[in-house]
Ligand binder design. Structure first.
Ligand code: COA
Length: 261
């Protein structure tokens, strides 16, 4: 039986999703794209899952991009479904009601970097390398790289990365705001990411979902609409059991225990 290209593991309330083509640096072929989409949907639809952690198998790569071996012979028409599927996957991750944390354990290039950018929080190991090298293949990023990269690091830095196509270190990625934290080793990365995931799993689910939507909106709509959404979302949290619990816990100097209702 062939090996699963994406692994799905449940650890308490965390879904750990692992891209599993280590011999190909976890390059994203259509099997990986569809399995990743399916696994993200599993996590979204499972009420016991509160947080998703996404990583890559082995010690070389998170994902070294779209599988280039599928490029020869494709033209503008035949390549479209693949790139649209990659974009849809990224949009799905971004719109999930649960936080998705990328644990980047090596190369995050092209589509790998783009999937990481669609996640809510990026942690990396010191050996991680980031880049949008498409220009060196005569193409451009297609899973949202030209759109999400400038939002994270600013237009000038994004243009240099996309125009030049060279990789940057984890340290540089941290400096420009592409990753939130860098860990000395992959083990420390996985441990640190799981620690964050477990912490987020204890936070109130409805408030987390609304906070994610409101933060994502910052890029999408006008200031007026975004502020209006935030007011509505804020008011909505006042109808939740979690708000009663969180406020009562504060007032009584105890730890809150949220029910996500
Ligand atoms: N698509 C398909 N296969 C890929 C791949 C990709 N994006 N990235 C790596 N691989 C494969 C290599 O073909 C090689 O397979 P093989 O052993 O069967 O030949 C294996 O993964 C290891 O890669 P290799 O190039 O030998 O390792 P390296 O350490 O010398 O270099 C990279 C690692 C990531 C720098 C290099 O593989 C690379 O540049 N990959 C392409 C990155 C890219 O352009 N991504 C954007 C695509 S749009």
């Amino acid at each position: 039986m062939s090996e699963e290209v994406v692994l799905y593991e449940t650890i308490d309330n965390v879904a750990k999703i692992t891209i599993n083509r280590p011999s190909k640096y976890n390059a994203l072929n259509s099997a990986v794209r569809s399995a990743l989409t399916e696994m993200m949907k599993n996590a979204e639809n499972d009420p016991n899952i509160r947080v998703v952690m996404l990583t890559g198998s082995g010690d070389k790569a998170f994902a070294a991009g779209a599988d280039i071996s599928g490029f020869p012979g494709n033209d503008s028409k035949t390549v479209r479904p693949a790139v649209e599927m990659g974009q849809d996957l990224c949009k799905y991750i971004e719109s999930m009601s649960k936080p998705v944390i990328a644990a980047i354990n090596g190369f995050a290039l092209g589509g790998g970097c783009e999937i990481a950018m669609a996640c809510d929080i990026r942690y990396a190991s010191a050996n991680a390398k980031f880049g949008q090298p498409e220009i060196k293949l005569g193409i451009i990023p297609g899973y949202g790289g030209t759109v999400r990269l400038p939002r994270l690091v600013g237009l000038g830095v994004a243009k240099e990365l996309v125009f030049v196509g060279d990789n940057i270190s984890a340290e540089e990625a941290f400096r420009i705001g592409l990753v939130n934290k860098v860990f000395d080793s992959i083990d420390a990365l996985l441990e640190g990411t799981m620690e964050l995931a477990n912490k987020l799993a204890t936070r109130p689910g409805i408030a987390l979902k609304l906070a994610k939507q409101s933060l994502n909106n910052a890029w999408e709509m006008t200031l007026e609409k975004n502020l209006g959404f935030e007011v509505d979302a804020f008011c909505e949290t006042f109808d939740t059991e979690d708000k009663e619990e969180g406020v009562d816990a504060f007032l009584n100097k105890r730890e809150a225990k949220f029910s996500h209702k």
